[in-house]
Design a protein around this ligand. Structure first.
Ligand SMILES: Nc1ncnc2c1ncn2[C@@H]1O[C@H](COP(=O)(O)OP(=O)(O)OP(=O)(O)O)[C@@H](O)[C@H]1O
Ligand SMILES: [Mg+2]
Length: 506
């Protein structure tokens, strides 16, 4: 019988939230020792299913069978007891605790030694950090880490628990290519040496076909189909996800560019940023490329006053401005879509409408009070524009799927109609269809004269929309490419500028 090889089997799983059937009669299994990729558009139900596996949600109907026995998890601890480890999409970390404390937090520390043996904790953590080549110290606070580093700590923690079933919900959305390769090597090793079963969720379909043995697709809470990777293709997966062909159209449009909208010069922050300067004109899309840690995100953070710097000069529309806090940036006409939507974007317990209007209250208020009708109308405009999937505009942000939260944040900054829009990984966690919608929106905004800066780790993304690309390496600008000069080779060679690397190391 085929089922006897299943590690976990979902039988007719249903899960409803007010106004939405997140899972509707879903049945499939994950075979022992296989890597099954779970794909679907934003809001398809992937994380909901994962939350059921990890004991956070109870299904309304249906059963989950683990190794031929029906299971009823009451909480996360039950799931861990069943040897299930989950790396969730929205990284739950305690920002005020150290890396080592986070590694050892939870019901199952990876050793029988006493929990507060700091020396052991630090040594063990240091060893684990080395797997991903992380040079941070076990006693660093989690809050100081980049989002990619936080996500790696969570992955290490899951690996440490020696699971039989490992669930990874969008593990690579913030990772650099090299880190992704290490993760994939770890996954392969676990599968081959320990027969671990893996459920892998990602919107990066090239990765799915690279790592998975089989792919299963959900659409609007329903199971569509599953196929062995060897018998399918990225195009077919997209068709199953979206229900039609998605054309990868060339969305780049020639535009007239105007005056300089944002000029940054003399930007220095220790070794992290060294004498960075650039400008971007009205109607122009400027891309920033470079490896993780090259300083791209830090430039954007410095501009809006999120980090302290040694020096920075900023001019907006030719006038010098002083920005010490993000609110001041908004007043100067600079908006930023942050990479870290959990800490710097989403207001979780506010509804979608309040999240969208948050930075444009003046636009929707008559005098002192918010004009409800206007707020509703404006919100609906962005919900429609980006096909944000929600039960109602009054739904709380925290209950939206990860990708849909990202779309709401983009809506907020579009509504504030800035002079300059800074975007850090704007399509992180966004599904294929919505991704090209967001690219078209950025193109349209630029056509209307907005100056746009995009930081992205995805070369195809940045090459598709940018007019110009500035490449960074180790905190310095190593080159600039005009659109006619774009190629992956040219970007990568500037990003790995060896002479700069040597200079920094010395
Ligand atoms: N706690 C909740 N309360 C209300 N609705 C919820 C809750 N959790 C999820 N939903 C809804 O269930 C649906 C499925 O969400 P889910 O997070 O499973 O999607 P997903 O496939 O993981 O999407 P993404 O790719 O964007 O992460 C969405 O419409 C979402 O708004
Ligand atoms: Mg999700």
């Amino acid at each position: 019988m085929e089922n006897s090889t299943a590690w976990i089997e979902f039988k007719n799983i249903t899960k409803e939230f007010p106004g939405v059937k997140a899972l509707d009669d879903v049945s499939f299994d994950v075979k022992k020792g296989e890597v099954l990729a779970l794909c679907g558009e934003n809001g398809a139900g992937k994380s909901t299913l994962i939350n059921i596996c990890s004991g956070l949600y109870k299904p309304d109907g249906g059963t989950v069978v683990v190794k031929d026995a029906e299971i009823h998890f009451r909480n996360a601890r039950d799931a861990e007891g069943a040897k299930i480890a989950t790396v969730h999409q929205e990284i739950p970390v305690c920002l005020n605790m150290t890396i080592a404390e986070n590694m050892f937090l939870g019901p199952k520390p990876p050793s029988k030694k006493p929990l507060l043996n700091r020396k052991y904790m630090n040594e063990h953590t240091k060893e684990r950090l080395a797997i991903f080549g992380l040079t941070c110290s076990p006693s660093d606070k989690m809050g100081r880490l980049t989002i990619a580093e936080q996500s790696l700590i969570n992955i290490l923690k899951a690996l440490d628990s020696k699971p039989e079933f490992l669930i990874l919900d969008e593990p690579t959305s913030s990772l650099a290519d090299a880190q992704k390769e290490i993760l994939f090597a770890q996954i392969r090793k676990l599968r081959e040496e320990s027969g671990v079963t893996v459920l892998y969720v990602s919107h990066r379909l090239e990765e799915v076909v690279e790592i998975a043995d089989r792919v299963a697709v959900l659409k609007d809470g329903r199971f569509v189909d599953s196929k062995p990777i060897s018998e399918t293709s990225v195009d077919e997966i997209i068709r199953m996800m979206v229900g039609r062909d998605v054309e990868v159209a060339n969305i780049y449009k020639e535009r007239a560019v105007g005056e300089v909208a944002l000029k940054v010069s003399n930007l220095n922050r220790g070794r992290i940023l060294q004498n960075v300067g650039f400008d971007v004109r009205k109607g122009e899309i400027l891309g920033f490329s470079g490896f993780q840690g090259s300083g791209r995100t830090e430039i954007l953070r410095a501009i809006i006053g999120l980090d302290k710097v040694n020096s920075i000069n900023v001019e907006v529309n030719g006038k010098p401005v002083k920005i010490h806090r993000p609110e001041q940036a908004v007043h100067c006409g600079i908006a930023m879509i942050s990479e870290n939507r959990r800490d710097e974007g989403v207001i979780p317990n506010f509804d979608v409408e309040r999240n969208i209007i948050a930075s444009s209250l003046r636009k929707v208020s008559g005098g002192l009070f918010i004009n409800r009708g206007k707020a509703k109308e404006e919100t609906q405009k962005y919900v429609d524009m980006m096909s944000i999937k929600l039960a109602s505009n009054r739904q709380l942000m925290v209950n939206l799927s990860g990708g849909n939260q990202q779309k709401v944040i983009i809506g907020r900054w579009l509504m504030s109609d800035p002079i300059v829009l800074l975007c850090d990984e704007p399509t992180r966690g966004i599904d294929v269809g919505a991704k090209s919608e967001i690219h078209s929106i950025l193109m349209e905004l630029a056509s209307r004269g907005m100056a746009i800066v995009v930081v992205s780790s995805e070369l195809p993304e940045i090459m598709a929309i940018a007019d110009r690309i500035v490449v960074m390496c180790e905190g310095r600008v190593t080159g600039e490419l005009q659109r006619s000069e774009f190629s992956e080779e040219a970007i990568v060679s500037l990003a790995s500028d060896l002479s700069i690397g040597a200079a920094c190391a010395s």
